[in-house]
Write a new protein. Sequence first.
Length: 468
Amino acid sequence: MKLCQITNCSDNREISGLSADSREIRPGFLFGSLNGDQYLQSALDNGATAFLVPADCGFAFPESAAVIRSNNAGKDFALAAARFYEHTPPHIMAVTGTNGKTSIADFIRQVLTMMGKKAASTGTLGMIKGCAEPIPSPNTTPNAVVIQRELRELYDENYQYVVMEASSHGLCQYRLGGVRCEVAGFTNLTRDHLDYHKTFENYLEAKLILFRETLKDGGTAVLNADIDCFETIRKACLDSGRRVVSYGRRGSELRLLKNEPLPHGQRLELEFYGRKITLEIPLSGEFQAMNVLCALGMLVEETKQPEEVLKHIVKIRGAKGRLELTGQKNGAAVYIDYAHTPDALENVIRALRPHTQGKLAVLFGCGGDRDAGKRPIMGRLANDLADIVYVTDDNPRTENAENIRSQIMAACPRGINIGDRALAIKTAMDALQPGDILILAGKGHETGQYVNGRIFHFSDHEEVAKNL
């Protein structure tokens, strides 16, 4: 493809590929310089023939190179990737928010597949095509080239629907800059990623990119009406020419009137687009009820087939590592959940409290090299809401694991400090009595543990199986 066909320039040289990673550059490639000038020489050495760079880039390019300067290099590079790969499936949806993205994307893919449509989801679990096993991905929202390459692959395989998780990092770095979706969902906004965004306001602004730019003109935003920033998001959507559908206890189109815990899940009484209905879903906790409402709204707005959606939504299964019943021992239940923020940890404990006949135990840690401010908050929540608390390692990364646990323990005086996560899980499971519930929080579906810059194989699921 010619350079002038994928960028805003008149140069008609052939481009054989593109990347923002200089190590992937091959002769004839376009290099997107998104991380400073230090990788430009490497890209040049590897054969890049064209460069998309920030407007103020001071690198001395050879005369033979085509150089495109941009005031938003990330966005323009994403658009170049979209033009290079040309085609995407006709129906794209995206969901953002601090918690719930993975479950909602998974629910939507499950329902569309049950409706007989070729559907895929992408996000934290990787790419899932129909009912196939996930294809792992290192990021919730991959880089722009990977996104467009995957969308072209799905198009070539005749997939009609794709639902994508949109992370705040991915949005503000314009990894989704070349994507246009028809329906977008917003779950909630609680403390997370402030090590990157610095302020809560910046975090929200990153999320709003999905609705102001990625969502098509006239597209539909499905918003949680119960969150503090609902009106801010609603106004941003309406001001951008997008429709708004709201859900939650204060929702308009999808209002949760009542949720009743059941042994196998919960019963929901809803006002569904103006009429009252009752649904029984095989998922526990009000936060899962909210996830189902968001998925319902996005599915109805995308397919325009409300009765078909309702018929299949009651058959969904929980996403891997999301409030997942993983085993039973001595008449007690063990759940695994990805909860790694204060809000998520509180939600999962409260969700399982009504199902607990004995004691409710929680085991968790906090990641290193990330927002340290949430550590005492999570410690205090666990101390106040659970009967037994085990404080262990999550992904310490390059931080001292003992220091991380100490920051949690300072607010969790009842916590039992066991750094070795495998030993902590064994200790917690050995202590279970009939009617107890144990929550293993923080790692969910993950199969690795980051310690001192290295990744070691570790799976909460495997550790549970060992101790059953």
